[in-house]
Design a protein around this ligand. Structure first.
Ligand SMILES: [Zn+2]
Length: 494
């Protein structure tokens, strides 16, 4: 039986490697690759993911899992091996229903759609993106048909790919709890007039680049293991613990890249501190996108927008852009970065309005999957919801339905994890503050090692051994809850 476990691990190590190669190809496509290389890349990615899928869904894996059942039952459920067999069994039972030709077609369609989306977004031309989107949705629905057996709702299948063992109904309940207090707070803050004009100035990108590197080094990491590169839509990736690739987008007229760099640092640190001894196994990967997002939002907001942090870092910003900040004092600056104002773009949204952007997408995606909206009508639906939820008029599709990269990449079912993670980030931060009593003072002194280590021990080290809910429970002592997040927003913004 030990032999069966070794055989399974050997196979999983190869499959994990293939997945990481795929990630590297995707990172390269989004940062370095010349545009004309799209065709080659679509072939290569389709091949890599098809091979991984075939290797994983081979009958031999099913036989090994069957053979390992008695061992799994005899082991401590918290042990690495029991968790591994459980996680792999669940993945296998889902993946085995998906033909490898469909897996390859989905990968190819996404790689081909990417440049079409980039151009359509730049030209605000939804019609030119529509055929790519239709192809992606058609394949997604085919995928849902393959694996929906037993799911209460079709959307559950897609959500589960990003937030395992979480149902649409659970997310809906959480969001329904968040929506009324958020709408109320947004209306209340709308009356306020905070001067944040200094955040819309001339910020030469070369200096933004210096700041991004400075922040990453300040927050901390092992040497020679991180890269930051520019891209259209920032993300974090990388093929291993000691090869972390984060990306950002240096806008010459805003400091957005600074906050997005702190955000991607949180993602990067998670990958950087995953359990080394499980590195080439599914259980050594990140738990879910929601848990991933809790890490990025924690560094971006709980650390990166806090007064203690800026007491420490504001002099550095003033030295970098004296022409903008020399005459803006810390209190004014801090009030400026804590302004809540409804806007068009999700990734630029403040902490208060952010949730509404996510809910809009969560609802539209369910409409797509359930066939309640024709894809050509998406821009109109989008614009109506933006008006209803945020009172914002969408001027064109580039600032509306085309703004996010996700659908072009075939990621449908992904968006709710942003809000799940944002909600969880407050619970995790509060747990860290309980365990490390002078955490805020440390942040004010620019000392981040204790926070890094706490996150490493309580979140990152668990890898993917447990479900997201169980991971959060182990890290914080409680399950996902709206109230701490709502209390935090009220106390920091109202
Ligand atoms: Zn993120």
């Amino acid at each position: 039986m030990a032999d069966a476990l070794e055989q399974l691990k050997e196979r999983l190590a190869e499959i994990t490697d293939l997945g990481k190669v795929g990630r590297l190809l995707s990172w390269d496509q989004q940062t370095m690759m010349p545009l004309a290389g799209t065709g080659h890349r679509a072939d290569q990615m389709a091949t890599v993911y098809r091979l991984a899928h075939e290797r994983f869904t081979a009958p031999a894996v099913g036989r090994l899992l069957e053979e390992l059942r008695p061992l799994e039952e005899s082991l401590d459920p918290d042990s690495d091996d029991a968790a591994l067999i459980g996680v792999v069994r669940r993945d296998y039972e889902k993946a085995v229903n998906v033909p490898s030709s469909l897996r390859a077609a989905m990968t190819r369609a996404a790689a081909e759609a990417r440049p079409v989306w980039v151009k359509a977004k730049a030209e605000s031309d939804f019609a030119s993106f529509l055929p790519s989107l239709e192809r992606i949705v058609e394949l997604k629905l085919e995928y849902v048909d393959c694996v929906a057996d037993g799911a209460a709702e079709r959307y559950d299948v897609l959500l589960d790919d990003y937030e395992p063992q979480t149902t649409t109904a659970e997310v809906r309940t959480l969001f329904e709890e968040l929506k009324p207090p958020l709408v109320e707070l947004i209306a209340e803050l709308r009356q306020r007039d905070v001067d944040d004009s200094f955040l819309h100035a001339d910020f030469p990108p070369e200096r933004q680049r210096g700041l991004a590197h400075e922040v990453i080094d300040l927050f901390g990491h092992r040497p020679d293991s991180w890269r930051i590169d520019p891209t259209e839509h920032p993300f974090a990736s990388g093929p291993g613990r000691d090869d972390i690739r984060i990306t950002t987008n240096y806008h010459p007229d805003s400091l957005e890249s600074l906050f997005s760099t702190m955000h991607e640092y949180g993602h990067g640190l998670y990958n950087h501190q995953l359990p080394q001894h499980l590195e080439r196994l599914p259980t050594g990967q990140s738990c879910s996108l929601g848990i991933h997002e809790s890490q990025s939002r924690l560094w971006e907001n709980l650390v990166g927008r806090s007064l203690p942090f800026w007491r420490f870092f504001y002099p550095r910003l003033q030295v970098t852009y004296p022409e903008v900040f020399a005459r803006v004092d810390l209190e004014r600056f801090h009030a400026g970065i804590r302004t809540a104002k409804p806007g068009l773009i999700r990734i630029q949204a403040d902490e208060v309005t952010y949730g509404m952007h996510v809910m809009l997408r969560f609802e539209l995606e369910q409409d797509i999957v359930e066939g309640r909206v024709a894809l050509r009508d998406l821009p109109q639906r989008w614009n109506e919801k933006m008006w209803d939820y945020l009172g914002v008029e969408v001027p064109d599709d580039g600032h509306g339905v085309l703004q996010d990269v996700h659908w072009s990449g075939g990621s449908i079912g992904y968006f709710s994890t942003y809000l799940i993670g944002t909600v969880a980030s407050v619970q995790i931060w509060e747990a860290a503050c309980r365990d490390v009593p002078d955490l805020e003072d440390q942040v004010g002194r620019g000392e981040f090692a204790p926070l890094r280590e706490w996150l490493g021990e309580h979140v990152h080290a668990l890898g993917r051994k447990f479900s997201p809910q169980e991971t959060l429970r182990r890290a914080t002592g409680s399950s996902l809850a709206a109230q701490p997040y709502l209390d935090y927003l009220r106390s920091t913004y109202a």
